[in-house]
Structure formats: C-alpha cells, structure tokens
Design a protein around this ligand. Structure first.
Ligand SMILES: [Zn+2]
Length: 200
C-alpha cells in the first residue's frame, strides 16, 4: 500500500474530475499535494493521463522537482509546484490544466475579470495572467510568480499565457474546483466580449 493514501486518493479524484469536465485532455496537466511537515510533495508522474489516475500514479519529489521515491519521472512542471509550496504556506495542493477558455483569455494579456456573482463570492481578486516565455515555469520566471502572491497572498489561481491555469487550495479536490471555476469564468468573459462585439 503506498504511503499518504488519503492525499493520493484526493489527487486521483481531482485529476479524473478535471478530465471528465474537459479542462484537461490527453496526458497534459498535472496535480500535486504537499506532504505535511516535509519539504516534499506527491506529484503526477510524467506522461500519464488524468483520466487513468490511480493512487499509484504519483511519485514523491522534493520542492526542486527531483524524484525522491516512486516509479516514474515527476512532471517537468513540478518545479513550479514546489516553488508555490515554498512561498504559500497555506497551499496544500496544486492543480494545473490546459483549459481552453482560460488559455484563450490569457492571450489578451489581461487579468481575468470576475464575470459572475459566483466568481466574485469565491475568488478574492481578478485572476492575473503571466507571460512566461517558456513551455514551463523556470527558476528565472519565479519573480513573476512571487509578485502576484506578494500582491494577493491568498490568490487561488493564475493564468499562464498560451499555456493554462494553475490553481492552489488546501487540498486537491478544492484546487480542481477552483480550476473549473476559472475556466467557467473565462468562458463567460469570452462570451460577454463576443456578445458586446456583435452589439447584442
Ligand atoms: Zn502545462
């Protein structure tokens, strides 16, 4: 039986839900959970699909994204997850997905406005979009990430231009719900902009 079973179950549940909700296809995206009291995290192994997630599909990595235990390679985006756990003590899990409307909105370069009352109730601030000139967030990009958490320490999510959404919460299921809410909010923002353009 693998260690930290409860965390693994939460991660598998979150990943499957993200796949079913259509915010992640194929083998993209990643999820992780902080291992309490350690500078370690459980993170999705590279190359696996959210759809096929099981409690065995996660490896233990340190906050630099290096494998500590388990079969498989940590996702290359584990470096970002580890950095988020370092700077956000409240964050217990991270869900990252390549959700289409979030990416479409991020292309505007503008923060995602809170387009519904539900979003206003659930999210403390507009969701910033970071333009990282790389397929993954690297160490040299960390100042961009730090700046948004300095501005809003409890920021639940941010967008990556041409890439996707990164959501953090106390646990994986809640982080996934936030990623869904960001996608819904982005879809409505997009549709509102189209309706305005059409003069509706
Ligand atoms: Zn990604």
């Amino acid at each position: 039986m693998p260690g930290w079973l409860e965390l693994r179950e939460g991660l598998a549940l979150a990943a499957k839900r993200a796949y079913r909700r259509g915010i992640q296809t194929g083998s993209g995206g990643n999820v992780s959970a902080r291992i309490p009291g350690r500078e370690l995290m459980l993170v999705k192994a590279s190359g696996s699909s959210f759809e096929d997630s099981s409690v065995d599909g996660f490896v233990v990595a340190d906050f630099d994204g290096k494998l500590v235990e388990g079969a498989g390679k940590p996702t290359r985006e584990a470096l970002l997850h580890g950095y988020l756990y370092r700077i956000c003590p409240w964050m217990g899990a991270v869900v990252h997905a390549h959700s289409p409307y979030a990416i479409a909105w991020a292309a505007t370069g503008k923060a995602l406005p809170l387009t519904t009352w539900h979003a206003k109730l659930k999210l403390p601030a507009e969701i910033p979009a970071l333009n990282v000139p790389s397929p993954m967030v690297r160490t040299e990009d960390f100042p961009l990430v730090k700046a948004i958490y300095d501005a809003t320490p409890d920021l639940p999510a941010f967008l990556l231009v041409d890439h996707g959404v990164v959501a953090g919460a106390a646990d994986a299921v809640n982080a996934e719900h936030t990623a869904e809410l960001v996608e819904e909010t982005a879809k409505i923002a997009y549709l509102k902009a189209v309706a305005a353009k059409l003069g509706l």
